[in-house]
Design a protein around this ligand. Structure first.
Ligand code: NAD
Length: 412
């Protein structure tokens, strides 16, 4: 196995076990400093994260576990290493999370499997009961984070495998994109989605599965009366709307908002009047999923330049720590779930710093000025590349890659 990243078209084909482990430990250190359970009993004690291994889901689990001391159950779909290939980054992240949680005396269970399947939901409910028992807690989950990003879903009802696509609706889209390794700019073109592609993307990335999870938890009577469930979404600047917000993925995200209302109704019918479902709009960050969306790498490179210069930049873990501390679990919100700060559409906004007019105006100016000659100077392509490499365990501070090259083995 190589200790060097193998990257093609903004996709990284390998990962570095020690680097992934170190990056998780750095997020844990951040969460420990940024959050504190204090003595408030309303802070989560038993958390379920669906999509727990990378990106926003991993940060959500780290923040609940190491920030608030919660017992956590995590679900994700990751690949173990083979004789010739490294495992996926999330595989190593989960291993490290579990080992560090055990060291810290936190109850923990991680399940690897298809979160869309009913069998895995049933297995997760058993794991929640067992994890609660191990932690000496009642079997009541009080925070459920839904953070899946997947290209496919087999619907457990009709058995059909649906595929999601990232396409515009109505007319073709052309946008500039940047190769993060070379800084080369190219035009990405996407043809408009068919009605079937729109419907299938909603099937995969919409809210149907989130609702199925919450209904399964209600039925199993494992929800705390004050449970909060949050699904993540993105809106972004107008220049990305043809491919994102007004495209297939945006339709799926709209469906999440519909489902949040349906879940809230189901919660009140289930006599859980203080339980709530929220959609949280998060900031654009470099994760395995976001690097392959046209225009996003170029936008994020310009955005990061501006947000870093203005002292507003946040990592995944910083975003989630702020979500917990300043939205879900403020003093007022702990007493009354209707005090969670939301926008007029009922959504939590932690993309507020990204969407500030001063940030957006300056980002637009950079995007208009960018050429292949000046991009490395005026945009933060290096920062984008660094974050991307780091999510695969490369370029992580504190890891000696030369020394580790010799010791890398498929099972390490
Ligand atoms: N990255 C961004 O810039 C950004 C911004 C705002 C909102 N979001 C949203 O946050 C959510 C998470 O995105 P991310 O960028 O952190 O993604 P990610 O690719 O880093 O993580 C996706 C997670 O889903 C899991 N997963 C995928 N298919 C699965 C399956 N069938 N069964 C079980 N687990 C499965 C993966 O194992 C992983 O844990 C998405 O809803 C995304 O739209 C992302």
């Amino acid at each position: 196995m190589s200790s060097k990243p193998m990257i093609r078209n903004n996709i990284c084909l390998n990962s570095h076990p020690q680097g992934c482990a170190e990056a998780v430990k750095q997020q844990i250190a951040y969460a420990r400093k940024a959050l504190d359970r204090g003595s408030d009993p309303g802070i989560p004690r038993l958390t379920l994260v669906i999509g727990c291994s990378t990106g926003y889901g991993l940060a959500s689990r780290i923040a609940a576990g190491f920030g608030y001391g919660a017992a956590t159950v995590g679900v994700s779909l990751e690949k173990a290493p083979t004789a010739t290939k490294s495992g996926t980054p999330g595989y190593y992240n989960n291993q490290t999370f579990d080992a560090e949680a055990v060291k810290a005396g936190l109850a923990v269970r991680t399940l690897n499997g298809d979160a869309y399947a009913d069998e895995l939901k049933a297995e997760t409910i058993r794991a929640l009961r067992e994890t609660a028992a191990a932690a000496g807690l009642p079997p009541q989950v009080d925070l459920i984070i839904y953070s899946l990003a997947s290209p496919v879903r087999t619907d457990p009802v009709d058995g059909v495998l649906y595929r999601s696509v990232i396409k515009p609706i109505g007319r073709a889209y052309e946008g500039r994109t940047v190769d993060m390794m070379s800084g080369k700019i190219s035009i990405a073109r996407a043809e408009p989605a068919t009605d079937e592609e729109i419907a299938h993307t909603i099937k995969v990335m919409g809210g149907e599965d989130w609702e199925r999870w919450i209904r399964a938890l209600i039925e199993a009577k494992v929800l705390s009366p004050s449970a909060r469930t949050v699904a993540y979404t993105y809106i972004g600047p107008e220049l990305s709307w043809p491919i994102y917000k007004n495209g297939t993925i945006g339709r799926a995200k709209e469906d999440l908002e519909r489902v949040a209302k349906a879940i809230n109704q189901a919660l009140s019918q289930a006599a859980l009047p203080s339980a709530r479902a929220f959609v949280s709009v998060n900031k654009a960050l470099v994760t395995r999923s976001s690097a392959v969306i046209p225009i996003i790498p170029l936008y994020v490179s310009c955005l990061f330049k501006v947000m870093k210069a203005q002292g507003l930049h946040e990592s995944c873990i910083a975003q989630i720590a702020r979500l917990y501390r300043e939205r879900l679990y403020t003093e007022a919100a702990l007493k009354d779930p209707d005090q969670v700060p939301v926008d007029p559409q009922g959504r939590i906004r932690i993309d507020d710093w990204e969407m500030q007019e001063g940030v957006q105006q300056e980002t637009r100016r950079l995007m208009e000025a960018v050429t292949e000659e000046n991009i490395l100077k005026i945009a933060d392509v290096a920062g984008f590349r660094h974050d991307f490499l780091e999510t695969h365990g490369f370029e992580v501070a504190g890891v000696d890659y030369e020394a580790d090259a010799a010791s890398l083995s498929p099972s390490s």
